[in-house]
Design a protein around this ligand. Structure first.
Ligand SMILES: Nc1nc2c(ncn2[C@@H]2O[C@H](COP(=O)(O)OP(=O)(O)OP(=O)(O)O)[C@@H](O)[C@H]2O)c(=O)[nH]1
Ligand SMILES: [Mg+2]
Length: 332
């Protein structure tokens, strides 16, 4: 099903030229008839709803060819085509951008943030900031806008969280435990993952893509070397690197590329540590910079996810708060 709104003073006259069916008139009820598609020389069954002489909804079946044939017939008669976003919000502002992004909202939470922006959250905040006389408060409110602008970049495009670490640390097992299904192959043989495996999900309603990568180790195997090079590339593009460490083996050094990244250390395989040692590990400060889990038993995974989202969004926007959006050219 596709809907086209024919709007303007000539709307009824334009429709009349191509219409055969029930008499066209302003009515509460839909009217049934056929629309002559001039460009392909066929009559298409349609339903129209005429709420005023200026405003007519045309409903056809949703095939792309039919919709574009109706559109080009109307354009030939003097109509011009605008997207629904431009129609409702023609001023090319953040409000229009919010509408443009709305169909791509991956979760209800994101849709709500976008609707808040459409309803003028940013304009209101800017007007209020301008009126403030206290420079310190002004700066605080402005800094908060900047903080939310980082969230605004990831309403439609997910945050990228890369799981990396030494071979066999349990990255793929952790990836599967986070997602809740067996997306990646897990094996006791070191060097199992070669390509980057990704999956998009949501944390607290924000889109996040997790990447499972090939483990770092010295190897002469060309395929594995290629995999490790891909791991480096994924780390370079990450918003957050989760460096996975096997608690049962001496800690490996991180490659240089990790030094510049936002890193969370994740100690895995706590289930293999005997009770005495385990309490030693559990006493280690679990913080937003380090966390202890077992990908096998699921222990600590919830806490890990909380830490991940807090590292990505330390203070999530509150309902009705202004979230600056990125320019249209960055979006589909
Ligand atoms: N007991 C226990 N075993 C684990 C845990 N996590 C992973 N393993 C085991 O460790 C081995 C390696 O796990 P993977 O998830 O394939 O490790 P990886 O880091 O993806 O390995 P590569 O892809 O080779 O780099 C497998 O035998 C897993 O079953 C854990 O939390 N506890
Ligand atoms: Mg793996």
């Amino acid at each position: 099903m596709a809907s086209i709104l024919l709007y303007g003073s000539d709307a009824l006259d334009i429709l009349q030229r191509h219409w055969t069916g029930q008499e066209l008139r302003v009515a509460d009820q839909p009217l049934f008839g056929r629309f002559r598609l001039e460009t392909i020389g066929q009559n298409e069954a349609i339903v129209v709803h005429i709420s005023s002489r200026n405003e007519i909804e045309i409903h056809s079946h949703g095939g792309e060819m039919v919709v574009s044939a109706i559109e080009s017939t109307l354009i030939q008669d003097g109509a011009c085509s605008v997207s629904w976003q431009e129609f409702f919000c023609p001023d090319k502002t953040q409000r229009e951008l919010a509408l443009r992004l709305l169909p791509f909202a991956p979760t209800e939470h994101i849709a709500q943030i976008l609707l808040d922006q459409y309803n003028g959250a940013l304009d209101r905040e800017c007007t209020e900031i301008e009126k403030l006389e206290n420079e310190t408060v002004k700066r605080q409110r402005f800094d908060r806008l900047k903080e939310n602008a980082n969230v605004g970049k990831h309403l439609v495009y997910p945050f990228r969280v890369v799981l990396a670490g030494a071979s066999n640390a349990g990255k793929s097992s952790l990836f599967n435990a986070i997602l809740g299904f067996q997306r990646s192959i897990v094996n006791v043989i070191a060097g199992t993952t070669r390509d980057v495996v990704s999956y998009q999900t949501a944390l607290e309603g924000f889109p996040v893509t997790f990447y499972d990568t090939a483990g770092f180790r010295e190897t002469q195997h060309e395929l594995e070397q290629q995999g490790i090079e891909r791991s480096r590339q994924s780390i370079a593009n990450a918003d957050l690197l989760v460096w996975v460490i096997d608690l049962t083996v001496p800690e490996n050094e991180q490659p240089d590329i990790c030094a510049t990244k936002n890193v969370l250390h994740c100690f895995n395989k706590i289930d293999l540590i005997d009770t005495a040692n385990s309490s030693h590990w559990e006493k280690q400060s679990v913080s937003e910079k380090r966390t202890i889990v077992s990908a096998t038993t699921g222990q600590g995974i919830e806490t890990l996810l909380e830490h991940i989202i807090r590292r990505l969004i330390p203070n999530p926007p509150k309902p009705l708060e202004a979230v600056p959006l990125r320019s249209t050219t960055d979006y589909p």
